[in-house]
Write a protein that binds this ligand. Structure first.
Ligand code: KIV
Length: 304
């Protein structure tokens, strides 16, 4: 007798904690649209982040700072519609969580309107009160420390590995602990030296999700366009598992050549109709007399 398969259900932060407790390394990816989210869900990716990297990789902005709440919600809804199992994390855009009231309002929108199950907030000690208020209101939060793109103007503007000096390393450890104690269910470590990320991971109960932070984290996250090789360059920390940029370029070039040569569409991509019916429609059928051409046939422009 075969067991009835369990219906697919959405993962929760408790499932993520269980995966972590079991020693499973957690794979997170970003997604911004329905078809990609559907494929990632099918691939079994447990955590999908609708990152504000959306701004740079999908919308063509020069920085994540430009991304609005409306844009994030639009894309979060598409990702939620495309998934049944993955836990969806909505990335709180720049300045939407400057105060507790603003944070509650906007995080609430991610869950209520967007359909996400959690939000991500950048910042360590400076964001701990916000994280605490969100968690106390029942909103699961993922933290994000190290290189935090929304604060780039305050961090010298250039993307840089964080935590290389004694003071910076200590500050990052404090940040991580503050976010954990505020109740976050996990924390992204972005562009942190591998040994420091491993040391932070060892000291936390919650899983760390690394990006450019080495293999010592509890899990990893990649921006989907880096994973798929869709961007014009690959960041040092990323590994392209596909080369879609070349594939798309090749496909579009071949298509344009086939259209120009008249070889697309071919017979197999074309629907045919009964030739006799067409002859009749054009007024050239055996039943057509000259009067019928005007009554039922379709005259050519030049005959009008
Ligand atoms: O916006 C994003 O994609 C992110 C990840 C890089 C963690 O914040």
């Amino acid at each position: 007798m075969s067991a009835t398969p369990e219906p697919t259900r959405r993962l929760t932060v408790t499932d993520i904690a269980r995966l972590h407790a079991d020693g499973t390394r957690i794979a997170m990816l970003t997604a911004y649209d329905f078809p990609t989210a559907r494929l990632l869900d099918e691939a079994g990716i447990p955590l999908i982040l609708v990152g504000d990297s959306l701004g740079e990789v999908m919308l063509g902005y020069d920085s994540t700072v430009r991304v609005t709440m409306a844009e994030m919600l639009h894309h979060t809804k598409a990702v939620v519609r495309g998934t049944e199992r993955a836990l969806i994390v909505g990335d709180m855009p720049f300045l939407t969580y400057a105060t507790v009231d603003e944070a509650l309002e906007h995080a609430g929108m991610f869950l209520q309107e967007g359909g996400a199950q959690a939000v991500k907030v950048e910042g360590g000690v400076r964001s701990a009160k916000i994280v605490e208020a969100l968690v106390r209101s029942g909103i699961p939060v993922m933290g994000h420390i190290g290189w935090t793109p929304q604060a780039k103007h305050g961090m010298g503007g250039k993307v840089r590995v964080q935590g290389k000096s004694v003071e910076q390393a200590r500050a990052l450890l404090h940040d991580a602990l503050a976010i954990q104690e505020a109740g976050a269910f996990s924390i992204v470590l972005e562009l942190v030296p591998g040994q420091l990320a491993a040391a932070i991971t060892e000291r936390l109960r919650i899983p760390t999700i690394g990006i450019g932070a080495g293999a010592g984290c509890s899990g990893q996250v990649l921006v989907i366009t880096d994973l798929l090789g869709l961007g014009s360059f690959v960041p040092r920390h990323a590994r392209p598992y596909a080369h879609l940029r070349e594939e798309i370029l090749e496909a579009a070039t071949k298509y344009a050549a086939d259209v120009a040569a008249g070889t697309f569409p071919g017979p197999e991509e074309t629907v045919r109709m009964d030739d006799i019916v067409l002859e009749e429609a054009l007024g050239r059928g055996h039943l057509d007399r000259p009067a019928d051409v005007v009554a039922g046939g379709i005259p050519l422009d030049r005959d009008l």
